[in-house]
Design a protein around this ligand. Structure first.
Ligand code: SIN
Length: 526
């Protein structure tokens, strides 16, 4: 008898946990499969905060305008309206569930980040906002008897039968063997693919597995060309690219070049608080001008006391590397941070495959357009995680898995490709380097074509499913980046440096069709 439950959620970041809580609140059994510890996710690493309309001088329309403007003409307006209007309700609920955002005199404090017209970013424990949210959500999830959290359960493919997604193949952490688990619906919340690049602010697990699984199951992928590079990752030899939160610039940090000159005025009138794509490219241009590989973030105007309280984690981490943020300029350079593209969903997390839903960074709802506004991602995971859960409950009423869904077909994919950790490590390293050098902050046709040729060569080896997923995802990013012969938001082409509104379309990729264009991301299910 195969393992069976009512619903499966893959991933335990903000979207996965919120969606599991929604599903279980109605009494359903929900298996949450996550490839590492339950608390290990991109959410857990989020420093800056969560954007929400809650302060007296703010309004949903202002948050909407800022999101649309950062998105560089490619946001789905309806998705943005859902985000900013429903965000307030879900954040209030998060507070009721015990999330402790920072307060002064009992009142919530809001910080500012790039491209926000108001101070609207809530934060927790200074710069550990994601960690606090995950803590509160896990505590809330534990109150739901129906939720079964399975850590270290690595999923590598989806089971689709009779056109419906009915289960997941995963590596059972206890049996150390591949298994299948079946359910009435699957909600994919596996996060993004920042690790596609050699330099990333993301945790090691952000390899985009969910995107690849959905793609191979036949789902549509939208806007894969749009990758966000965070301007200020700590740049020290042999150290991971630790994020130096944008909130530091929100609190007054400035960028300096190798000669100590503050340079952002040469690039954008919004200075250090211009949208991330602009700041990232300005840093790269300035590094080139000065013939160096780093720029510097300077927050020495602030007192040690303020910095220790406001950025405790950053303060401590920099100290480990011998840097005192109240005295030293901090070496920084851009690193991949967020994937705006992903599994195409409607406004309720439905994908193009029946039975498969998705929420959070793994998706493309069109909410971020070509460039995500800072601190909108936790809000997206929360709002669309809850909505996906709600939609699943509504859609599957009356549906039951039957024998034909559970029966394995003769020619179905094997459970796992040949596992080969050494080959996986080599493949990941090679792909990440190619992506960084040829499809990163600045792109052009010839290097991207050569990258595709190399991916073809790599794919001709007998790859494990893990490596196959990774190379495929990299190929999807480059396919879309080659296709879009203009520059917009996070996608910059040296050979087509201008924005061209003939390209006000989304890219859509599917395993059995050539790349296509679509006016809206979310409209497909109507
Ligand atoms: C940051 O703290 O700079 C990251 C916040 C975000 O990516 O929204």
């Amino acid at each position: 008898m195969p393992l069976q439950t009512d619903f499966i959620v893959i991933g335990s970041g903000i979207a996965g946990l919120r969606s599991a809580i929604e599903l279980a609140a109605g009494g359903a059994r929900v298996s949450v499969l996550t490839k590492s510890k339950a608390s290990d996710s991109n959410t857990e690493w989020a420093q800056g905060g969560v954007a929400v309309v809650l302060s007296d001088d703010d309004a949903a329309e202002l948050h909407e305008d800022d999101t649309l403007s950062a998105g560089a003409g490619l946001c789905d307006e309806e998705a943005v309206r859902v985000l900013v209007n429903e965000g307030t309700k879900y954040i209030k609920q998060l507070i009721e569930w015990g999330t402790e955002f920072d307060r002064e005199g009992g009142k919530l404090v809001f910080t500012r980040e790039a491209a926000h017209s108001r101070r609207r970013i809530l934060h927790a424990r200074g710069d550990s906002t994601g960690k606090e949210i995950v803590r509160a959500l896990i505590a809330r999830a534990r109150q739901e008897k129906g939720i079964n959290l399975s850590p270290f359960a690595d999923t590598e493919s989806l089971i689709v039968r009779k056109g419906r997604c009915v289960g997941v193949r995963f590596l059972d952490p206890i049996l150390k063997a591949p298994r299948e688990i079946y359910a009435n619906a699957i909600v994919m919340c596996t996060g993004g693919a920042g690790q596609l690049y050699q330099h990333s602010t993301n945790p090691p697990g952000a390899t985009g597995d969910g995107m690849a699984m959905a793609y191979f199951a036949g789902a549509e992928m939208a806007d894969m060309e749009f990758v966000q590079f965070h301007p200020t990752a700590l740049n020290l030899p042999n150290a991971p690219r630790f994020l130096l939160s944008e909130a530091m610039r929100g609190e007054g940090a400035v960028l300096r070049n190798a000669h100590g000159k503050r340079f952002m005025a040469d690039y954008d009138e919004r200075l250090e608080l211009a949208p991330r794509d602009i700041v990232s490219r300005s840093i790269v241009a300035e590094m080139r001008k000065t013939g160096t590989r780093t720029a510097f973030l300077d927050i020495t105007e602030k007192s040690e006391k303020f910095l220790k309280e406001r950025f405790p984690k950053i303060f401590q981490t920099c100290k480990i590397y011998g840097l005192d943020i109240s005295r030293d300029f901090l070496p920084v350079s851009p690193a991949s941070h967020y994937t705006m593209g992903g599994v195409r969903t409607d406004l309720w997390g439905r994908t193009s495959i029946e039975g498969l839903y998705a929420a959070g960074e793994v998706t493309c709802t069109g909410v971020h357009g070509a460039n995500r506004l800072a601190s909108n991602s936790l809000l997206e995971g929360l709002v669309f995680g809850a909505r996906a859960g709600e939609a699943v409950l509504k859609d599957v009423t009356g549906f039951e898995l039957n024998e034909s869904h559970l029966k394995r077909k003769e020619d179905e994919d094997g459970l796992f490709g040949p596992a080969s950790p050494a080959l996986d490590t080599a493949v990941f390293k090679r792909v990440k380097r190619i992506m960084w050098e040829r499809a990163g902050i600045s792109r052009s046709e010839e290097p991207m074509r050569r990258a595709l040729e190399e991916f073809d060569q790599i794919s001709s080896a007998n790859l494990s499913l893990k490596s196959r997923n990774f190379v495929t995802l990299a190929t999807l990013v480059i396919n879309a980046a080659l296709w879009r012969t203009e520059s917009r938001g996070g996608h910059f082409r040296r050979d087509f440096p201008d924005r061209d509104d003939a390209w006000k379309f989304h890219s859509v990729q599917k395993s059995d069709a050539p790349i296509a264009r679509s006016k809206s991301v979310t409209g497909f299910s109507e």
